[in-house]
Design a protein around this ligand. Structure first.
Ligand code: ADP
Length: 520
């Protein structure tokens, strides 16, 4: 529609809509509740800002990210648009003044956190207001299937849906699995034809998995070549953050740190130093990042594997919001798996939820072992609808690895799994193939199996890596849980019968690894 494009040009100064934007705007203008799933940096704000400007009344934006509200409001005000936000950072007087101005319809846009909609005084005001639209930003937080579930975000929905003075509802998110999408649809009454899913692809991100390297020396080598680029290093525990911080600081790098064990002031100062480029690299636990909108982050390095692909993609996705090429590097070691399992076991979740977390963890482990294009692996995980040529820049695509036929090795591994009764995990299977003298192996009488020691020429580490590869490529299945068991599946049977060959990339050579150093 010409008028929408005109608003895009005159208010925002952009020539054309990005994929999906115009559909979302058109549906909203026709008063159809709409869900927009677009990647970070894809331009979700404009999807509700243009309808908000085109319709009468006030647009209410519900955002769980208090720190982003001010930025959004500042940006709108700079364009000459009346906008404000309501959150706990305001003084009582300021809050009163803003609430009065909201009540008389002075603003086109009002940003508020979900919790605000639970207060009677706020509801009293908005019930009497002419509301153009209500937009749920970061809408995955509404769903308990989402990874950042906010109970109050969900509980306010029925009350808001009852309002008669709202023309249309919109939900926007960058991370939503199928379960989350249908949950949001059901809650907000969004029909299938009004779900605009442009996919999650972030073409400027190069994904890398690095295995078998000393993590700290890898980071130091990387930093020595990228010392003036802004980056985030995520570690799994506060202890890891502290020790990495000391290590890099000693080397003279400009670092800041952030975790829940620091005081609020320390965290605030660290965050601000990073945002304003006074410190180049932030070393943090996953407590850092929600609501951080820093566009020039050139690399996100994970010192350890996170708990699932959702968290990984969200954290890694903080790189390259400005569209420039950026690296997302995951440093994997087998201990990372143990740590994540420990977190799941220690949690208060019921057994079903734990089982689900184990399933998600397994998909994350498979990411570290697959030889497919890493970008496509992630997009497949989210059932991304867009076409997917190989990315040509991830650690599996970028080098000219040769493919080797490992069908025979695979058959040996699969038959060993079968002979062990499909009741054991990866390490035990590797020990049997190796012919290990381990007491546990003898305890189960595995030395009597015909597959005992048939791959003794390999190191145990190599065998573990091969088995993980077969799982990641779905030639073997993993029964998830505290004590996972390796099982055969239909693909395994095809391989054993010689109907299916198994090809593997020659060990991928990671960036910043001297070849002699590499051992995985
Ligand atoms: P998201 O919320 O999806 O992460 P934003 O709404 O913050 O993304 O938009 C990211 C950046 O892209 C912003 O700087 C925004 O102004 C810009 N942008 C949005 N739409 C367009 C467009 N059609 N053309 C050019 N730039 C755009």
């Amino acid at each position: 529609m010409e008028t929408q494009e005109k608003i895009l040009q005159t208010y925002f100064g952009y020539e054309h809509f990005r994929p999906g934007q115009q559909d979302v705007i058109t549906y909203m203008m026709q008063h159809h509740n709409t869900l927009a799933v677009m990647p970070t940096g894809g331009g979700k704000s404009i999807c509700y800002q243009i309808p908000g400007l085109s319709m009468d009344g006030t647009a209410m934006i519900i955002s769980p990210l208090i720190s982003l509200m001010k930025d959004q409001v500042d940006a709108l005000q700079a364009l000459g648009i009346a906008a404000t936000y309501i959150n706990s950072s305001l003084s009582v007087d300021e809050l009163k003044k803003r609430m009065h101005d909201i009540a008389i319809g002075r603003y086109r846009f009002v940003y508020a956190a979900p919790e605000r909609f639970e207060t009677a005084s706020f509801l009293h005001v908005i019930k009497r207001l002419d509301i153009s639209l209500i937009a749920f930003d970061e809408a995955h937080c509404i769903s308990q299937w989402g990874h950042d579930f906010r109970p109050s975000y969900r509980s306010i929905v029925p009350e808001l849906k009852k309002l008669r003075n709202v023309r249309v509802f919109a939900a926007l998110t960058a991370t939503a699995t199928e379960a989350v999408i249908s949950d949001i649809q059901r809650l907000l009454h969004i029909s299938d034809e009004h779900v605009v899913n442009t996919g999650f692809a972030r073409e400027n991100l190069a994904f890398h998995v690095i295995k078998g390297r000393d993590k700290t020396s890898y980071i130091r080598a990387y930093m020595s070549e990228h010392s003036d680029e802004s980056g985030i290093i995520y570690a799994a525990t506060r202890k890891q953050v502290d020790s990495l911080y000391e290590n890099l600081k000693k080397q003279g790098y400009s670092v800041a740190k952030y975790h829940a064990g620091l005081s609020e002031e320390e965290r605030k100062n660290a965050q601000s130093a990073f945002i304003h480029d006074e410190r180049t690299v932030m070393i943090a636990t996953n407590a850092f990042g929600m609501g951080i909108d820093k566009s020039n982050v050139r690399h996100v390095i994970h010192y350890a594997m996170p708990m699932n692909i959702e968290s990984y993609y969200q954290e890694a996705g903080r790189a390259g919001r400005d569209g420039e090429m950026s690296n997302c590097i995951l440093l994997f070691s087998p201990q990372d798996t143990q740590l994540q399992k420990f977190f799941i076991e220690q949690s208060q979740m019921d057994d079903d939820s734990k089982q689900q977390e184990y399933r998600k963890l397994q998909a994350m482990i498979n990411y570290c072992h697959t030889h497919q294009c890493l970008a496509n692996y992630i997009l497949d995980y989210f059932n991304d609808p867009s076409p997917k040529p190989a990315c040509k820049q991830c650690s599996n695509c970028s080098k000219n690895h040769e493919k080797v036929d490992i069908t025979e090795e695979a058959q040996m591994i699969l038959s060993c799994v079968k002979r062990m009764g499909e009741q054991f995990g990866v390490t035990m299977t590797a020990k049997v193939l190796k012919g290990s003298k381990d007491k546990k192996v003898a305890g189960f009488q595995f030395q009597k199996l015909s597959t005992f020691g048939i791959m003794s020429a390999y190191t145990e580490k190599e065998l573990i890596e091969r088995i993980h590869f077969l799982i990641a490529e779905k030639f073997l299945s993993m029964e998830e849980g505290k004590y996972p068991k390796v099982r055969l599946n239909a693909n395994s049977v095809d391989v054993l019968k010689g109907k299916q060959e198994v090809m593997m990339l020659q060990a991928p050579i990671p960036i910043y690894a001297e070849e002699a150093d590499y051992d995985a």
